[in-house]
Design a protein around this ligand. Structure first.
Ligand SMILES: C[S@@+](CC[C@H](N)C(=O)[O-])C[C@H]1O[C@@H](n2cnc3c(N)ncnc32)[C@H](O)[C@@H]1O
Length: 261
């Protein structure tokens, strides 16, 4: 399966039903694992410091698909992992595949925009790799992106981090991550690697890891700011955020969620 570039047309990636069919077909074709964009080799130097090199800390993967990342992290000692994906098919496949060898990984079929069963502020590290990219393809992308980031923010513990690895460049992603509803400090780190031969596309893969640090209680911040953002994206579900969405005069706290680029 070929990985995408930001310039490709990816019309269906934002729809849950697309992924169910995709993983059924992948299994029929004998594809058990596929890492979008990059894998543990390219991310380890970023992820381990975020975990304080403490293998007892819990990791949550959002839209984990059949990526080997949770398995590779497990083999590096990080046993406390939960991997959520909308696809029942891939969740079952990954659960069965790892049942005996990596029994502590929890594989859950759920919509990561609404993970009611996951407590607020419960994960010191929350990882997205190309799931945000899928939401960028949704017909109602503003709504999907805002709900996704809101859930990521809600479940990330205070002092913890959300890392989003995306093929989209900072001008498209930062307005969302830096929205004052989330109160994150954000750092964008470019990542570049040769594409695997199996992609069938020569050249290099360019993406960014967006590292979002959470220093505040999420509930208070969401209570204060989420309703306004939610109203905005429900009114304009297929739009992008504009400068007026960051109007500091309407929010005295909005200046201290500074970005570090
Ligand atoms: C581009 S793939 C990335 C898979 C994996 N993270 C990787 O890096 O290889 C996007 C993944 O997001 C999942 N996904 C899409 N919408 C979702 C949703 N609403 N909730 C949870 N997972 C979702 C898809 O099933 C798919 O596995």
């Amino acid at each position: 399966m070929a990985g995408p570039d930001a310039s490709d047309e990816l019309p269906e990636f934002g729809e849950g039903h697309y992924w169910e069919t995709h993983y059924e077909k992948a299994a029929e074709e004998g594809e058990n694992l596929y890492d979008w964009l990059v894998g543990w080799t390219e991310l380890r130097w970023l992820l381990e410091p975020l975990m304080g090199f403490d293998t007892r800390r819990a990791v949550l993967h959002l839209g984990s698909g059949n990526s080997p990342l949770p398995e590779d992290m497990y083999d590096a000692g990080y046993h406390h992992q939960t991997a959520v994906d909308i696809s029942e098919v891939v969740t079952k496949q990954m659960s069965e595949r790892n049942q005996a060898s990596r029994p502590e990984i929890q594989w859950r079929a759920a919509d990561c925009r609404n993970m009611a069963e996951i407590c607020s502020e419960s994960f010191p590290l929350v990882v997205d790799k190309s799931t945000l990219d899928a939401f960028f393809c949704n017909d109602q992308h503003a709504l999907a992106i805002a709900e996704f980031i809101k859930e990521a923010f809600r479940v990330t513990s205070v002092g913890g981090a959300f890392i989003s690895v995306s093929m989209h460049r900072p001008p498209a992603v930062l307005p969302w991550l830096q929205h004052h509803a989330f109160r994150w400090t954000v750092q964008a780190v470019p990542i570049d690697k040769p594409r695997p031969e199996s992609s069938g596309r020569p050249g290099r893969c360019h993406c960014h890891a967006y590292i979002c640090g959470n220093k505040r209680r999420t509930a208070a911040s969401l209570e204060k700011h989420w309703l306004r953002l939610a109203h905005r994206v429900r009114e304009h579900p297929d739009s992008d955020l504009s400068g007026s969405d960051f109007d500091a005069s309407s929010d005295s706290d909005s200046q201290d969620g500074e970005a570090e680029l």
